[in-house]
Design a protein around this ligand. Structure first.
Ligand code: ZN
Length: 455
């Protein structure tokens, strides 16, 4: 058995009692946390063969959980800035995504995964590109943990020809992905079922997807009530706004992860609470398409809310740390209430509540004995984060990705002292640049020049 003792560190455990230590230690045995406690005691008790890592001046948090990130869109960063939604979708993102090969998706996911690791994310939920095989290979090599789904669309206007498939085909491919990938990478990959949006999913596929997710005991990941036009479309074509319609179909349940959830009535928030639906809040992407999700109201109603970055062409910062900061600001501004969304609530959304949202809270989301050793070491000694008068607030309001020093998943360091240990980062960056340019050329995407280009 491989044993490691991280000691002399500040610990934010996020356990049920919300214990924190100014001088704490964590004993790790193989892939799991064996003990969490006071540093002096654990140092004394540790056997001589335990590898000891002194983290003086550092803080340890549970690994952050990003509950909505499009890894396949990483090479499309910058394709969606300052355009309306139809241009974004029809002229930029659909041509980009439909021109990707499996190898492109693999490299895009590697690049995105590197940004996730560098910003303290150990686990994410991916709503689906086309090439689950490419995404899964990247997750395996990076050492991350992920819920992978395939983007599933069986109807809708303007879809690229390459994506024309029947309801039966869409479902069969997802079952095949489940059989190929669920439980792989030492159990770090889980296969989920994906639904894109109500614009692109028939009632038949929505109902049958939920039934399959129940049968396989995994989650359903869907964009829900994202833009105003969506709820109007649902009302016109299905007779009710998105969430009410999903409720009428009987698909709301505790394994349903609904993303964005901006255009919802109070009654619909109650439907989420009644059915224990999980929410992924993506504030930066939501503001891009002009909406403010009623997150404090959802939390008051008892809904489990997590945070996601969305995809690179929608945000474009794929760091959950920045997203915490945005979350801390946007609701204060919307409600004119500086006490709205306190830091401890936001830290829970990316740790213990994030784990509930991805249906993995039995093993993830907090630093406690028996859970997986997924954690982040923070070095706060930068001009941007000091002083640490109120550490919990600092993690939300003044931490940056550059404060993330080391990242561990399953007891294995993916990054140590800011050096990536699992993949060759420089090679990924070179490959990503070449492939991004090639996809845009192949897809015929033209961006207008801003300013006078001299040469
Ligand atoms: Zn999305």
């Amino acid at each position: 058995m491989r044993r490691q003792l991280l000691f002399n560190a500040g610990l934010i455990t996020m356990d049920a009692e919300r214990r924190q230590y100014r001088r704490g230690a964590i004993l790790i045995e193989d892939d799991r946390i064996a003990q969490v406690g006071e540093s002096d005691r654990l140092q004394l008790e540790a056997a001589p063969d335990v590898a000891r890592i002194d983290l003086r001046g550092r803080w340890v948090l549970p690994g952050l959980i990003n509950s909505h990130v499009h890894t396949s869109q990483q090479l499309g960063r910058g394709l969606g800035d300052d355009v309306d939604l139809l241009t974004w979708l029809h002229a930029r993102i659909w041509p980009y995504e439909s021109n990707m090969t499996e190898e492109d998706s693999y490299v895009s996911s590697l690049l995105c995964g590197l940004e996730q690791i560098r910003s303290g994310v150990t686990c994410f939920a991916e709503p689906g590109g086309q090439h689950v095989n490419g995404m899964a290979r990247a997750v395996s090599e990076l050492g991350l943990r992920a819920m992978l789904a395939r983007s599933t669309m069986d109807m809708g206007e303007g879809l690229p020809d390459a994506w024309d498939e029947s309801t039966e085909q869409s479902l069969a491919i997802q079952v095949a992905n489940y059989e190929r990938w669920h439980g792989k990478a030492n159990g770090r990959i889980r296969a989920w079922f994906g639904l894109r949006t109500i614009f692109n999913n028939s009632d038949d596929i929505i109902v049958r997807t939920k039934a399959l997710a129940d049968q396989y005991n995994v989650g359903v990941h869907m964009h829900v009530a994202e833009i105003k036009e969506e709820v109007e479309f649902a009302r016109e074509t299905r007779g009710a706004t998105t969430v009410t319609h999903l409720n009428n179909l009987g698909v709301l349940g505790d394994n349903f992860l609904a993303v964005h959830c901006v255009w919802m009535t109070d009654a619909e928030i109650q439907m989420f609470a009644d059915h224990n639906v999980k929410v992924s809040h993506n504030p930066a992407a939501a503001m891009r398409v002009l909406g403010f999700a009623k997150i404090p109201e959802m939390l008051d109603a008892g809904v489990c809310v997590s945070i996601g970055t969305d995809g690179a062409p929608s945000n474009n910062r794929m760091t959950l740390i920045d997203e915490m900061w945005v979350t801390s600001l946007v609701h204060k501004g919307r409600l004119l209430d500086p006490t709205a969304m306190p830091a401890e609530t936001i830290l829970a959304m990316v740790t213990c509540d994030g784990a509930r949202a991805v249906l993995w809270d039995d093993e993830l989301g907090s630093l406690e004995a028996g859970k997986k050793a997924d954690l982040v070491v923070i070095n706060p000694d930068t001009p941007t984060m000091l002083p640490m008068h109120d550490p919990v607030a600092n993690f939300v309001t003044s931490m940056h990705a550059h404060n993330v020093e080391s990242v561990m998943v399953d007891g294995r360091w993916l990054m140590r002292d800011r050096e990536i240990l699992t993949v060759n980062e420089a090679e990924v960056i070179e490959e990503a640049k070449a492939r991004a340019a090639a996809i845009v050329k192949r897809a015929g995407i033209k961006l207008p020049d801003r300013f006078n280009v001299v040469n």
